[in-house]
Each structure stands twice: as C-alpha cells, then as structure tokens.
Design a protein around this ligand. Structure first.
Ligand code: HEC
Length: 131
C-alpha cells in the first residue's frame, strides 16, 4: 500500500523538476540501459538490440498526455505485451522488479507502485508536455 500511496502523491506533484523525481532512481536502474538516461532511446545496449528501444519522451505524442499509466504499466510489467506484441524485446519487468523483494502480500503493490512511479517520471520528460 505504501508504494501506491507514494505514487499517488507524485501524480499530484508532476510539476517537480525531473532530476528530483523519486521515479528517476528506478528508471536509471531498470530502464536506462536501453532507453537511455534521458529516455531518448539511446542507452548503452540500444545498438545491440534487434528492435530499437523507443524514445520514451514521445510517449505523449503516441498515447496522449497525461499518459495512460494503467495501460502503459501493463506493457511494462508484461501483461499487455503478450497480447500486443507476441514476443517482445522488452524485458518483463513485472517479475524482474520483485526479484529482491520478499514475496509477501505487498509484493504486488510494490511492483505496481514502482512502475507507476517510473511512468510518472517518464511523464515529466515528455517533449510535448500537457498544456
Ligand atoms: C533490454 C532493453 C530494455 C529495457 C531495460 C527496458 N526497455 Fe522498454 N522497450 C524496449 C524495447 C526494445 C521496446 C520496443 C518493444 C516492441 O516494440 O516490441 C520497449 C518499449 C517500451 C514501451 C512502449 C513504447 C511504445 O511506444 O509503445 C514502454 C512504455 C517502455 N518500453 C518502458 C520501459 C520502462 C518503464 C522500463 C524500465 C522499467 C523499460 N522500458 C526497460 C527495451 C527495453
């Protein structure tokens, strides 16, 4: 529950500078290797991938702002991927994120909260931000 609570607070505070965003650490740890620390799709391993990691600063162009986080979360944690992409070049973070978290009733909340926090951070990086 705690993670969800934090995510909800952050949603309200998206005006905060991206560098100070609490989702940045998780993004840098789990996403930046492919999508780049600037989320522009130029991470260190991007060149070695069959499918180039997309520029996540353009998610707003594609999906609209504010970003449809529940939908994107399903993509990131692997649920949507199965249906939409068949096989995917994007890791299934739903499982990755909970590797070092004890499997308790809160694990699912932690997972969702972390992904939402990261998506909140990505929202602050959009090239075309909300009006
Ligand atoms: C191993 C490299 C890699 C890592 C790490 C990675 N991604 Fe991705 N990501 C990709 C690739 C490649 C695609 C395109 C997949 C496709 O089209 O099938 C993608 C697609 C996406 C999309 C969909 C973009 C669109 O235009 O629909 C989102 C959102 C996304 N990633 C977010 C994240 C987040 C958040 C993280 C960290 C939790 C992350 N990614 C970590 C490689 C990666």
């Amino acid at each position: 529950m705690l993670a969800l609570g934090v995510a909800a607070c952050v949603t309200v505070a998206t005006a905060a500078r991206a560098a100070d965003h609490p989702g940045k650490a998780a993004f840098d740890q789990y996403c930046a290797s492919c999508h780049g620390t600037a989320a522009d799709g130029t991470g260190p391993v991007a060149g070695e991938m069959k499918v180039a990691p997309p520029d996540l600063r353009k998610l707003g162009e594609k999906y609209g702002t504010p970003l449809p986080k529940p939908k994107l979360r399903e993509f990131v944690d692997g649920r949507e991927m199965v249906r939409a992409h068949g096989t995917s070049n994007m890791p299934v973070w739903g499982e990755q994120l909970v590797h070092n978290v004890p499997p308790t009733a809160n694990t699912e909340f932690f997972k969702r909260g972390t992904i939402i926090l990261v998506l909140d951070y990505i929202e602050t990086l959009q090239l075309k931000s909300s009006p």
